[in-house]
Design a protein. Sequence first.
Length: 270
Amino acid sequence: MGFEDISRRGLVMLGCGKMGSAMLEGWLKRGLDPAAVHVIDPHPSDWLRAQGVSVNAALPDAPAVLMIAVKPQMMQAALPQVAGFGGGGTLVLSVAAGTPIAAYEAAFGAGTRVVRSMPNTPAAVGKGITAIIGNGAATAADLDTAESLLSAIGQVVRLETEDQIDAVTGVSGSGPAYIFYMIDALAAAGEAEGLPPALAMQLAKATVAGAGALAEQAGETPEQLRINVTSPNGTTQAGLGVLMDAGTGLMPLMRATVAAATRRSRELRG
Ligand SMILES: NC(=O)C1=CN([C@@H]2O[C@H](COP(=O)(O)OP(=O)(O)OC[C@H]3O[C@@H](n4cnc5c(N)ncnc54)[C@H](OP(=O)(O)O)[C@@H]3O)[C@@H](O)[C@H]2O)C=CC1
Ligand SMILES: O=C(O)[C@@H]1CCC=N1
């Protein structure tokens, strides 16, 4: 199913906040007809209202895709608004954390084609990464449709089992927040060493963005790129001596961070 088919049969979005808006922006840029998009959201943003999509109005009977982008805590209240799409040939595509495929099968009926996904917020600048997994009823074409919709906001990877999505959430779903915090920490450390705040923040942001771009584009591994920065007995070696301490350094801290987020993703299944 391509954008032409979705433009013909319609796409319904349940919830259009940060993640929904990032996806919608990507689809519209790629040529999805705004008239084919029907959004349900209690407080539509001014941006959303300006996109020419239908907002809180009549819905098509059997849209090609139902995109679920509400918070997991809102799911129970939100799903009944679209329960009628069960069995209608609509592909259910979810970006919600925590809510398992089985919850959608229960809501829409067994045999409903479901693709569950986990994106992240760099989606807002087309630099997201989204992991997807389909249920037994989802066809290869459904996974292609999901991949084509989600590739509007960045890379897409396919999972082998649904339970992998908890660790994906811990790594890449929540991961941008860890990196934003690292930027703050790097800037604060620069300030503590006497730099003006704005300069420290500019250095920290550019360093993270530049290192990220280099890690993505270079043929070398992140480990080799780190070695390339590290002169024998130089400044980097002194800094890494702290950051790479086996007991108190980044490795055990990141291990505990991702474990906590992964555990919370499992808990959200309810
Ligand atoms: N933000 C992130 O980093 C990531 C988020 N996700 C997942 O994406 C989903 C959306 O997250 P995000 O976009 O950040 O959240 P937002 O709160 O920005 O968006 C959710 C939207 O759903 C609306 N909403 C609330 N109740 C209903 C309802 N009954 N019917 C229809 N819409 C409703 C909200 O309106 P209102 O604000 O008025 O309540 C809001 O506009 C979540 O499930 C989250 O787990 C996945 C990966 C990353
Ligand atoms: O914090 C959360 O629960 C969501 C899922 C991944 C990122 N944000």
